[in-house]
Design a protein around this ligand. Sequence first.
Ligand code: FAD
Length: 648
Amino acid sequence: MSQVERQQWDVVVVGAGGAGLRAAIEAREQGARTAVICKSLFGKAHTVMAEGGIAAAMGNVNDGDSWQVHFRDTLRGGKFLNQWRMAELHAQEAPDRVWELETWGALFDRTGDGRISQRNFGGHEYPRLAHVGDRTGLELIRTLQQKIVALQQEDKRQLGDYEAGLKVFQECTVTRIVKEDGRVAGVFCYERETGRFFVIEAPSVVIATGGIGKSFKVTSNSWEYTGDGHALALLAGAPLLNMEFVQFHPTGMVWPPSVKGILVTESVRGDGGVLRNSEGKRFMFDYIPDVFKEKYAESEEEGDRWYDDPDRNRRPPELLPRDEVARAINAEVKAGRGSPHGGVFLDVSTRMPAEVIRRRLPSMYHQFKELADVDITAEAMEVGPTCHYVMGGIAVDSDTAAARGVPGLYAAGEVAGGMHGSNRLGGNSLSDLLVFGRRAGLHAAQYATGLGGTRPVADELQVTEAAAEALRPFSAEGPAEGEADEGRPPENPYTLHQELQQTMNDLVGIIRREPEMAQALKKLAELRARARRAGVEGHRQFNPGWHLALDLRNMLLVSECIARAALERTESRGGHTREDYPGMDRDWRRANLLCQLADPTGGLAATDSVRGQIKLERVETEPIRPDLLALFEKEELVKYLAEEELYE
Ligand code: FAD
């Protein structure tokens, strides 16, 4: 194989969404030469799709808000399984990150007296989401891109080259992290357009590749969400944390089939939208769980009064955390009270004047008009749960975003685990990207600088193996002589992907049962064996079938992590609902589940088809610091904490 081109940088950031861009800006500002690599076009990351807003306790609309209240809401939302130090840093630093965006040119919607406006969202006690209509992610990415261009212009002035300190490699995919002596040495990548391989050598790698939704059939996620960063970390020897927690957003479109899963933003409910079943009943009042009873309205009248007078009324249950609302919708449909296309009704048309709907929810108005021929100012939408977000992810140090066990590896954004516990509150992702993106960039730069001249070099053998792995689909063969299905052609990656999505949707979806998850693991083992024979025709120039064949490895790894951890956790909590263990078990609060590769050398071929590629380890959660526990009433803690924790 011909020599693969190498380039040297200090920090390489994999992913150009909110987390990746914020990390890159910070690393460059720390003086580290920084490369950003993304598999989509620059500016087209999934973050662009974010609609509702960025959660930050700025107190602009209600001055009762503070970081302590935000921290409390985040822990309640995550059912106390959050990595509490992350939740603390997030709540404390989010306002600064939003104000910083404004100084970089972001144009947020304003309050009457000219401050950044903040809107209500599920699980947030006060109006907290800074927003730009329902297109907040677009403004966030535009602002971060603009900042990157400004830094590049500065480099041009000072060093004569726009790309001297910060370079973006767009439409390039990373398939392996390369190491030397256990430390990160760089990444192996291919250019999507030409198929050319190259290596970026850097002692620090920040993974910011987003989520995993494309492993499920019904999802709000974009094409990029194939769990690449999760898999890259696993293959490099870093564990994944609590992968059983997958968020099913309660409101995705259900009709027509071609758009099933596309998100209907929570802002619709935050701004007054209500959920009704086929009998016209606002059913959420029947689904307020005990732990939230004191905080939510008991009657429609009280819930409606809350929008104008939140200090003297309790919020409507449509604004419960997402896991609660998704389960309630699921139950209504199952009980035969669903809408014609298998969802429920979400109505703003009877709640706000048409011009207010068009102004506050412009994307939703156009989305329904153009995709479903529904005018949301005049009729109700049909909605149902859709796979939206993964709370599980790379296990990181809360302060530095360093991945556990692999020096030089960092992770931020949706790909990192811990911050959101078992369930994320809406708006807490965009703030997470900014807070931990900055921290990851900072510490990755400091680590690289601290190494001085003793930098790891990407091992030639690993580079050769990565290239061979990437080329395998071009020479794949069907089952060999004597094997089952002998004579069959190589597997079609699209067929495998569809079967994987169906399996995850049907067997490891919103409501989980032991026999189904066991069945899913069997099916995943079969798909894994078949995926090794996934073949493609044609050449390396922009070949989507080839790209998918490579992504399959990642989706299969991540799906196995989800299924194994979900089978192991015998309780229901947040984004993990077991029909056979319907209650939250306080003893399980003490347990984190870590997924690691069964073969620690990072190889996949030799793994056992029955036991699979992943081994699980149960580790104890770190006790929550007493001054943070003191932010809660004792009666509330009793509902969540294990007996011995209460004594401690
Ligand atoms: P992304 O923005 O997805 O970026 C990932 C990057 O990694 C991309 O550049 C991609 O090309 C790159 N990449 C992936 N794999 C590879 C690879 N192998 N090699 C190279 N590059 C790779 N959250 C909120 O807080 N508020 C909201 O209002 C909100 N609304 C949402 C609306 C929708 C429709 C959806 C789907 C999500 C929403 N979320 C919201 C969630 C939030 O948008 C995401 O969690 C967040 O944007 C993830 O950002 P990220 O930087 O981690 O990843």
